[in-house]
Design a protein around this ligand. Structure first.
Ligand SMILES: *Cc1c(COP(=O)(O)O)cnc(C)c1O
Length: 412
């Protein structure tokens, strides 16, 4: 029997519990949607305020040098690098995942000119698939095309026509982790290159890009890194690939000397060539401040708490009659899951909306998926207790069947 007291005791013993105060979370909400938009770190709010008022307002254009605006993409990249197991000089912060994928897909196509196939999983995050489709239209199918197979069949589908394998480390719907080391090794044995999308793993669990000998990776700034809405993304290129070819979005910020204003492009060395245009300084400043929260975090401890939160959620769920109605889409084995749980339910949208009305924020994904995300830096065991109490109420009162939830909002 899990009691409320036992849960409060878990919070008292939690080595990460103190981190919650670093976030400006509303007291009356349980926020289980950090896998979509991380909560606001107090330090990010202060930093943005200062960047606006003092740096932009008073120091104006001198801030590019004086406050290091021009170096932010690299500085932020170097803060992300250790969190994804990358040695320095291999990560830079820029653009969105989608745009960074365009750069990487172009690069793999240049590195493997005889191989036209980009292999991906059919239920990969759609933007990843779209970016391959778009580049395929531009270059022609002879040069590049997308082949989608089931997640479990990726390694079987490898052959001498595959240039690259593009996968999400953690599936955005089910939360299933793919074995990065194993798939990367098989990919390279087949002569192809690996591109990993870390949107749902970076900041939520330990990631070992260098140790897995990954070729390329991208990740998000606004999910588990808490960089704020529309925070810039990041891109990783293993050192061995950095100067082999030039990515095609070669804007001036990736030039070896942008302020010489040379009419001819010459790529900067290393990761700098992955920059395109001017960095979004306000957003990048927020992300930079948010990342400082990870400076002293033991990612193994973070992972342990993430799994404990998910396990507690399932345990409490199984004590209710809801367990029969919600079908678990995530792997039942906790070590195969990222930091989220997904369930299918015919009224999943209504459930999420009614739950939100009761102060518990989770999200809905088409067609019938309820996602619950755990951010170990600010979620407590008490949050999970409260979330389940609220869900019990929703179901008992049948609030999820309210006709108001027939209409879906633009962002679910
Ligand atoms: C959130 C997410 C993205 C977002 O891509 P952007 O272009 O940065 O908006 C991409 N891939 C995955 C797997 C995601 O979960």
């Amino acid at each position: 029997m899990i009691t409320r007291e036992a849960i409060l005791e878990l919070d008292r013993l939690d080595p990460l519990a103190l981190q919650r105060d670093a976030f400006a979370l509303p007291r009356d909400k349980v926020y289980l949607d950090g896998n979509s938009l991380g909560a606001l770190p107090r330090a990010a709010a202060v930093r943005v305020q200062d960047t606006v008022q003092q740096q932009w307002g008073v120091d104006l254009i001198s801030s590019w040098n004086r406050h290091g605006w021009i170096d932010l993409p690299q500085a932020v990249g170097e803060k992300i690098a250790p969190l994804v197991g990358a040695a320095p000089g291999q990560v830079i912060c820029a653009d969105s995942i989608s745009v960074n994928l365009f750069k990487l897909l172009s690069v793999v196509s240049m590195l493997r000119p005889e191989r036209p196939v980009v292999l991906s999983a059919a239920d990969n995050f759609p933007t990843d698939l779209y970016m391959v489709q778009g580049l395929s239209q531009l270059l022609g199918e002879q040069k590049l095309r997308l082949v989608q197979v089931a997640e479990a069949e990726i390694t079987d589908a490898l052959n001498e026509r595959v240039a690259a394998v593009l996968l999400s480390h953690v599936n955005f719907r089910t939360g299933r982790i793919l074995p990065m080391a194993e798939i990367t090794a098989a990919t390279q044995t087949a002569g192809a290159l690996s591109i990993w999308d870390l949107a749902h793993s970076a900041g939520a669990m330990p990631v070992e890009l260098d140790a897995c000998q990954v070729d390329f990776a991208v990740g998000c700034g606004y999910k588990y890194f808490n960089g704020g809405p529309g925070a810039p993304a990041w891109v990783y290129a293993a050192e061995r690939h950095q100067d082999a070819v030039q990515q095609p979005l070669c804007g001036w910020m990736g030039h070896r000397d942008p302020f010489v204003f040379d009419p001819d492009y010459e790529a900067a060395a290393g990761m700098l060539q992955y920059l395109c245009g001017t960095p979004p300084v306000l957003s990048m400043a927020a992300l930079d401040a948010a990342l400082d929260l990870f400076a002293d975090i033991d990612m193994q401890a973070l992972r342990a708490k993430s799994l404990a939160l998910g396990t507690l959620f399932l345990e409490l769920l199984h004590k209710t009659e809801l367990a029969a109605e919600l079908r678990l889409l995530s792997p039942p084995e906790s070590e195969l899951r990222g930091s989220q749980l997904a369930f299918s339910h015919p009224q999943a949208y209504g459930l999420v909306q009614a739950w939100i009305e009761r102060g518990v924020v989770a999200d809905f994904r088409e067609p019938d998926v309820l996602r619950v995300g755990f951010s170990p830096l600010y979620n407590s065991y008490g949050d999970i207790w409260q979330a389940l109490e609220a869900l019990r109420e929703v179901m008992a009162q049948r609030e999820h069947l309210d006709p108001r939830w027939q209409q879906r909002q633009k962002v679910t």
